[in-house]
Design a protein around this ligand. Structure first.
Ligand code: ADP
Ligand code: MG
Length: 619
């Protein structure tokens, strides 16, 4: 490997030359305390910044092995380091003048959720998923101590691949705008960035002995507490838990930070559950039992706020968020209507029987779905993706999908009405498939008949009104009775690859916040995937869609199998395997990474949802 001095000499040699001469800097340089890797060099000062990474050996980084010996803890440690390093870089960013992105230094911007990102990778000995949530430390501590030395020599050989992931080693990826005056290289400024600014950033955030150890400990312990709650949910027969004292509302529609002076959450005593967390000890909160739960109440009393907290509770949140002890079934799916989406070969017949023009609802495709057909397809696809909790808000639902009132039933004969409303299927979803529902319905009492629990939100505080509501409901006839078992439907959808894509080997991928991505100029609308939280997840979806289309879809593998394969790949090879390049033979070479973006891992649910919204999907 080249030394830092080599880099300095090269920088001096290319000063004042044309910008493309920067390309020659690609490679790895030994800075003693860490290795600096220049992974991708921008084409000009105005293009997306260059991509760099620092690699610190396990021995030097020195993080305790029990901080990364489970998958969730490792993700938490990585998240913490990304935030620390990002804060350091922000201080050193743009200290130089120059054109375009000259002098920019930035790591991934992390929001309120703790997500797996390509920004940071802490090495492990593998097989961490099986080690379980809380507890179990020790065995890996010894391992990391003994292999740390090997890690050093392996990375010193400059070879990428598994050696770079030696236990406890840290890789931090970030962006740097290589400085220029006009389009002329300003290498002195890059020298300042890489030799004066960066070393301090690395030292102050990626070395355990230099950071605020208590803050990190707090983050790891919170993660263990969160995982404990997640593990306990099924054992307690719950699909979600909201700790007393949680702050659910956000600062504003555009800020995800907690609202100040909010009314803290308080469980009704009938639903209160106590848990003994490994670190915080005994806490109490509302346990939402599996089954069908209804939230009712007057407008503006906080119903949607509770539901939004639950849909985001598939992720862990950082300390201070207010929702850090709000935990839901990680497969939960926010079911909403989505006018205009495309649908490819979905069996929506359990909800929609016949459509005008004899359109087949057993294999339903459209370029422009209606409110009810989109919501029916969203539900059938979420069953396919393995969700065991459905979250519905009346604010974002198609009324005719949810309910049909008595008068309408009398005027429009059942044979003329193609829709079997959700109210007639919600019980069989639970009884036949074990899929629970949490429904916000402020304006329709009909769901009283089918709900197991009815909660009224009153001035942001939940009240258990199950008994009262059930009693009142007996005086009203049931007019939308549950329809027995969930009907048979076709479960296997096997998409064929879009042949037009194969011809291109440099497919263009783009992400637009969390609302849209494009694959070779074909846009995929994602704005209604409310549980897609981070633009880096969107970018990962773009990579995944490309990977699935080019390498996995074959017309025989079902959607479920596609999701399984992708999850296995990400679990075993890591998120950065999405940067792996094709070898020309149609195979993917996981040791050759082309790092050009920052990715965060989306859930299985969003991966399939993205595929389902790709307008070139052929099922
Ligand atoms: P609903 O769905 O019942 O109409 P929302 O959940 O939309 O009501 O909440 C209405 C408003 O009240 C929102 O602006 C929200 O931020 C605010 N709000 C929700 N919960 C709380 C709370 N616990 N404390 C203070 N304000 C809250
Ligand atoms: Mg609402």
């Amino acid at each position: 490997m080249q030394s830092a001095t080599d880099l300095r000499n090269r920088l001096r040699a290319i000063d004042h030359r044309g910008y493309p001469a920067y390309k020659d800097l690609r490679g790895q340089y030994d800075f003693g305390d860490y290795v600096l890797s220049i992974d991708h060099v921008q084409g000009d000062p105005f293009a997306a910044p260059s991509r760099l990474s620092v690699h610190v050996s396990g021995r030097r980084a020195g993080f305790p092995a029990e901080y990364y010996n489970t998958f969730e803890k490792r993700i938490t440690l990585q998240d913490h380091l990304t935030r620390l390093f990002g804060a350091q870089l922000a201080r050193g960013s743009k200290q130089t003048g120059g054109s375009g992105k000259s002098g920019l230094l930035a790591a991934s911007r992390c929001g309120q959720e703790v997500l797996e990102r390509t920004a940071c990778r802490v090495g492990t000995a593998g097989a961490e998923k099986e080690t379980g949530a809380a507890g179990k430390t020790g065995s890996m501590a010894e391992q990391s101590g003994s292999t740390a030395g090997k890690a050093d020599s392996a990375s010193a050989s400059g070879k990428p691949g598994p050696a770079a992931f030696a236990p406890g080693s840290v890789i931090l990826r970030f962006e740097a705008g290589f400085p220029a005056r006009g389009r002329t290289i300003d290498a002195r400024e890059l020298e300042k960035m890489l030799f004066d600014i960066l070393p301090g950033c690395v030292l102050n955030s990626l070395y355990y002995r230099k950071i605020n150890q208590n803050k990190l400990k707090e983050a790891i312990e919170l993660c263990e507490d969160q995982q404990y709650i997640r593990k306990m949910l099924p054992e307690l027969g719950l699909c979600a838990f909201i700790a007393n004292g949680s702050v659910l509302p956000r600062q504003s529609g555009v800020s995800d930070r907690p609202m100040e002076n909010a009314v803290p959450f308080r469980s009704p005593s009938s639903l209160e559950v106590s848990l003994e967390l490994p670190h915080r000890g005994r806490i109490s909160g509302m346990g939402i039992p599996k089954g069908v739960t209804l939230f009712v109440g007057g407008g503006y009393h906080g119903k949607s706020t509770v539901l939004q907290a639950l849909q985001n509770a598939v992720y862990n949140h950082i300390s201070g968020d207010g929702r850090e002890l709000v935990i839901a079934d990680a497969s939960a799916w926010k079911l909403r209507s989505e006018d205009g989406r495309s649908i490819s070969g979905v069996d929506i017949s359990p909800f929609i029987r016949q459509l005008p023009g004899r359109k087949d609802t057993r294999h339903f495709s459209t370029e422009d779905a209606s409110g009810s057909t989109s919501q029916a397809a969203n539900l059938m696809e979420s069953i396919e993706s393995g969700s065991s909790l459905i979250l519905i808000d009346e604010d974002t639902s198609a009324t005719n999908f949810m309910i049909r009132d008595k008068l309408m039933q009398q005027v429009v004969a059942p044979e003329e009405e193609p829709i079997i409303p959700f109210i007639e299927r919600v019980r069989s979803l639970y009884e036949d498939f074990g899929i629970s529902s949490i429904i916000v319905a402020g304006s329709s009492g009909s769901y009283f008949h089918v709900a197991d629990h009815i909660i009224q939100m009153k001035e942001y505080t939940p009240l258990d009104i199950t008994e009262k509501a059930k009693k009142a409901a007996t005086a009203f006839p049931v007019f939308s009775a549950p329809q027995g078992r969930f009907p048979e439907y076709s479960k296997k959808r096997c998409p064929r690859p879009n042949a037009a894509l194969k011809k291109d080997d440099r497919l263009k991928l783009k992400a637009l916040g969390t609302s849209e991505l494009s694959l070779n100029h074909d846009a995929v609308e994602l704005r209604y995937l409310e549980q897609l939280r981070d633009s880096e997840q969107t970018m990962a979806l773009a990579y995944l869609l490309k990977y699935l289309e080019l390498s996995v879809m074959d017309g025989r593998r079902s959607m479920t199998e596609l999701a399984d394969l992708v999850e296995k790949l990400l679990d075993e090879k890591g998120l950065e395997s999405l940067f792996a390049q094709g070898t020309g033979s149609g195979k993917t070479d996981f040791s050759r990474l082309d790092v050009r973006a920052s990715l965060a891992r989306p859930r299985r649910q969003e991966i399939l949802a993205c595929v389902n919204r790709y307008r070139k999907l052929i099922v």
